[in-house]
Design a protein around this ligand. Structure first.
Ligand code: EPZ
Length: 419
């Protein structure tokens, strides 16, 4: 078993370069299944979710050539099965994108029920509704999802809730469908836009991604034969921004799209931090104790749920009492119990948590309950006095490349230790 051992407190200082976005990469890799040809994807984060995605593609018949650890060339001309490996697809959430891609390419697919972070109920009814409206039959049961269609035909689909996964999945299935598909009440996250940009680069005709109406004019074939670079990770950038504030440090966060970070910038300024925007980089620093603030997580461009735990660390150290209302995932406050072990005073009930700010946190053994909880605990450990040990690192490794080396490069005293 591995653990991270952090000695704090350390104000984080220096420069950090943001990698390609996990949640774009795990959709773009399955999207290559729509291509009858070869493409290259650059700026892929080297994380376990990406490695598993590539393994699934190989099992379906794709030929994968690594150009370096962040770039891959994928040849999807010989997809020879419509049964995705159940063990691998059940390991993470984004395996559901195999459904949309393979329905588009082969009109049939079976995958294992998607796994991933335990954030509460994670229904897929909107994905299923979208596929059915395009003409597919979908059967869910016995831990698998089976989808099949004679042909897919474009339709007008109104999403009952704003869903990143369902928006991307319907976009994937509609790319090679006959006619035009319209998705109303679509998700607007940067990774939705990035998947649309990737598909368009490969030959698709998708318009409006980034607004709440996306129009997909079906094309006959995606030729590929192009290189695409994954968008910088909004959540990774936000994680380092909040790490700068929680540790009262000073970081230059390079290679980010600052517009994607507006909601985080606004909250950092509200709690007394300073953000300097240089277009493709941000300097974030905080010289004094942060002040209280209230947060409600919302779909983009609202405050992202995937930065709620990291913001929770800032608020646990703030002067005054703050409230976070989590409107996306019902079980995203599990990390608060771990922060309380470090001296935080947080009361979480249902979708609301009250943070009575404390002056300092103290090191303790804690457990990463999901990916972003893990990131929050690293920030907490770096801010806290004494030694923090973080367990369950597999969650963190799913989404952050080389996390301890990058925290070390900005001053953290952090080591990965085998027990
Ligand atoms: C994506 O999950 C991300 N995962 C999550 O990131 C992120 O928290 C979430 O979007 C919200 O931004 C990936 O991109 C791989 P949703 P997704 O469909 O697509 C409900 C991280 O830490 N819903 O936008 O699964 C659902 O229960 C992860 O990187 C339905 O009711 O999320 C939730 O309340 C964790 N029916 C809300 O919609 C459906 O069919 C938003 O979920 C689909 C979703």
């Amino acid at each position: 078993m591995e653990k991270l051992v952090i000695k704090g407190p350390t104000p984080l200082k220096g420069e950090v370069k943001i990698n390609g976005a996990k949640n774009a990469a795990v959709a773009i890799l399955p999207a290559t299944l729509l291509i009858d040809g070869v493409c290259t994807i650059d700026n892929l984060p080297h994380i376990s979710d990406v490695m598993i995605s590539c393994e699934i593609l190989e099992k379906l018949g794709a030929k994968i050539t690594w150009n370096n650890k962040n770039s891959v060339t994928i040849d999807t001309r010989n997809i020879h099965t419509t049964k995705a490996p159940l063990d691998l697809t059940s390991k993470f959430r984004a395996s559901y994108y195999i459904l949309g891609s393979m329905l588009g390419r082969k009109k049939e697919i079976e995958v294992g029920m998607p796994g991933g972070c335990q954030l509460g109920a994670r229904p897929i009814d909107q994905h299923v509704k979208g596929f059915e409206m395009l003409g597919a039959e979908v059967t869910v049961g016995n831990g698998t999802i089976f989808a099949t269609a004679d042909k897919l035909v474009g339709n007008s689909i109104y999403m009952d809730i704003v869903s990143v996964g369902a928006t991307i999945n319907i976009m994937l299935a509609a790319t090679l469908a006959e006619g035009t598909t319209t998705i109303d009440n679509a998700a607007k996250e940067p990774h939705v836009v990035d998947v649309a940009n990737f598909l368009n680069t490969m030959g698709a005709d998708i318009r409006g991604a980034g607004t709440d109406v996306i129009k997909i004019n079906g094309v006959k074939k995606l030729k590929g034969n192009a290189t695409y670079s994954v968008v910088p990770d909004q959540i990774e950038a936000g994680t380092f921004m909040l790490a700068a504030v929680a540790t009262r440090g000073d970081l230059l966060i390079k290679n980010c799209i600052t517009k994607h970070l507006d909601s985080i910038t606004a909250k950092i300024i509200e709690v007394g931090g300073i953000v300097e925007d240089y277009g493709d980089s941000l300097r974030v620093y905080c010289k004094k104790r942060p002040t209280k603030a209230n947060i409600k997580t919302l779909p983009h461009p609202g405050f992202p749920t995937d930065l709620q735990p990291q913001m929770g660390v800032v608020l646990s150290l703030a002067d005054g009492t703050s409230i976070i209302n989590e409107s996306i995932w019902e079980s995203r406050f599990q990390y608060t119990q771990e922060l309380n072990k470090m001296g935080a005073k947080i009361t979480a009930q249902g979708k609301t948590a009250i943070f009575e700010g404390v002056e300092k946190l103290s090191g303790a053994p804690v457990y990463s309950t999901d990916l972003r909880a893990g990131a929050a605990l690293i920030i907490a450990g770096t801010s806290a006095h004494g030694i923090t040990e973080i367990y369950n690192l597999e969650h963190i490794d799913r989404g952050y490349e080389n996390i301890e080396e990058r925290f070390k490069s900005i001053g953290a005293q952090i080591e990965r230790v085998k027990e």
